[in-house]
Design a binder for this molecule. Structure first.
Ligand SMILES: Nc1ncnc2c1ncn2[C@@H]1O[C@H](COP(=O)(O)OP(=O)(O)OP(=O)(O)O)[C@@H](O)[C@H]1O
Length: 435
């Protein structure tokens, strides 16, 4: 067998070991996302907003992003998880479920579940519990650093709320969200915005192709002049979660991933070490890249070599994760081909990568190469809006756009109010929103 050195994307990680402790990694993964309240105080923003204040909650199946509009980033990002305390050996005395960040911080002692994991069968009671338990935590000085104290005065639930939803969200999910808003949270008024549209708005654009790859789904959504072209869009239920599973499968001879903690470590390994090469993986050659080592919770040093490159290949070849769904490049090809030829160039010329899974190094280059191999013409007109220095923001693009929409008086005028809900009920409102 011929040997080859992996063709890595630019800016590849060259360190050969990761010594950061798993618990520190857990803490970092969420706290780093919070903005400093000393830089942008919520109080001063409320004054400037002249009444157009809203809480923006971008709902994700892996993590939710929340904060007041007017800030440049969400104030908090919390995992959409519920944790059940583990009882090892002796019966547990702690039967209290833990929610969101609280569950994640206690991950070594938890079995965790993701209630939004299966969009067709969401456990809304569990999601409601996460939100209900998390909002007061965010409002209190739970994060006890001094810089957060000013924020402790803010009560998210007294302001209008802007929620985001993925394209083709089911009527059942919309209804449940409206009920959560008015029945449980008792909000004054709400708006539900499309995530792809919000992401585009975050870049100051109203036309383009939004390619969103998150935890459980990947969608390709063409938008023209603020109009979402639903018939030309594509969604598959493949995302970062499938890659986590694939990585564990690839490493199964070296390590047994049993616990929730182990499985989340596989996620972090994926985020830190894996990369997308510009070209298809060549199975006929021996991989000669550098291996990296990763310390697992039980102190096992796990060596990860070719798996770094193989794991994200599944985005471009879904059969690797035993799925028949179209791969990403086929979705892009299909959407652009369906778009009317008179607007195709404008849409393809403003592609936007959003969602955490697009943060792999090399994502953009590989996508261009794959689409070009399907159609030279499409490959030529495909251009990306964002420069790669903004990769780290891709998981919050939708929140940023929703926060911009929350600044507009039109958004507030169009909101669903408590009175609308009393008069029409969730079913009718959700049907109207779908037209
Ligand atoms: N640097 C990174 N490289 C690769 N993947 C990453 C990186 N950072 C985060 N991810 C992955 O991105 C996914 C989360 O992305 P995002 O926050 O957009 O999802 P979400 O909005 O919760 O999910 P969904 O849109 O499917 O409901 C996770 O699978 C996570 O492991």
């Amino acid at each position: 067998m011929e040997a080859f050195s992996p063709d890595k994307p630019q800016g590849s990680q060259e360190d050969d070991s990761y010594e950061i402790s798993p618990v520190d990694k857990l803490r970092q993964s969420f706290s780093e996302s919070c903005i400093s309240h000393t830089q942008e105080s919520v109080g001063s923003i409320l004054e400037e907003m002249d009444g157009l204040t809203a809480t923006v909650l971008d709902i994700g199946s892996y993590c939710c992003k929340i904060g007041m509009n007017g800030l440049s980033k969400p104030e908090y990002i919390f995992p959409t998880v519920i944790g059940t305390p583990k009882c090892i050996g002796k019966p547990s005395t702690d039967f209290n479920l833990k929610y969101g960040l609280d569950a994640y911080k206690n991950l070594p002692n938890m079995n965790i579940s993701f209630p939004l994991e299966f969009s067709s069968d969401i456990d809304w009671d569990e999601f409601t519990d996460i939100i209900v338990e998390t909002l007061p935590l965010l409002n209190s000085s739970h994060f006890s650093e001094d810089s957060f104290n000013e924020y402790s005065e803010t009560d998210y639930s007294i302001y209008p709320f802007i929620f985001t939803e993925r394209i083709n969200n089911s009527l059942k999910n919309k209804e449940a969200l409206i009920e959560l808003a008015f029945e449980t949270l008792e909000l004054p008024k709400i708006s539900i915005q499309n995530q792809a549209f919000c992401s585009l708005i975050s870049q100051g654009k109203t036309s383009g192709l939004v390619i969103d790859c998150g935890e459980n789904a990947t969608s390709v959504v063409p938008i023209f002049d603020s109009r979402i072209l639903k018939d030309e869009s594509n969604t598959i239920l493949v995302g970062g979660k499938n890659l986590n599973h694939f990585l564990m499968e690839l490493l199964r001879e070296k390590y047994s991933f049993h616990t929730s903690y182990d499985r989340e470590m596989a996620r972090f390994m994926k985020e830190e070490l894996c990369y997308i090469s510009p070209h298809k993986f060549d199975y006929t050659k021996i991989w000669l890249g550098d291996s990296q080592s990763y310390t697992m919770p039980d102190k096992t040093m796990l060596s990860i070599g070719v798996e770094q490159q193989l794991c994200p290949e599944a985005l471009f070849n879904t059969s690797l994760v035993d799925l028949d769904d179209a791969s990403l490049q086929h979705m892009v090809f299909d959407s652009l081909t369906k778009v009317d030829s008179s607007i195709r160039k404008e849409i393809a010329g403003q592609c936007l990568l959003v969602g955490g899974t697009t943060q792999f190094r090399g994502f953009e280059q590989r996508l261009v190469n794959e689409v070009s191999s399907l159609s030279k013409e499409l490959g030529k007109i495909l251009e990306f809006v964002e420069d790669s220095s903004k990769e780290a923001q891709r998981h919050i693009s939708s929140w940023i756009g929703a926060s911009i929409l929350a600044d507009l008086s039109q958004t507030h005028r169009d909101m669903i109010t408590e009175d609308d809900y009393e008069e029409q009920g969730a079913k009718r409102i959700s049907r109207q929103l779908n037209t």
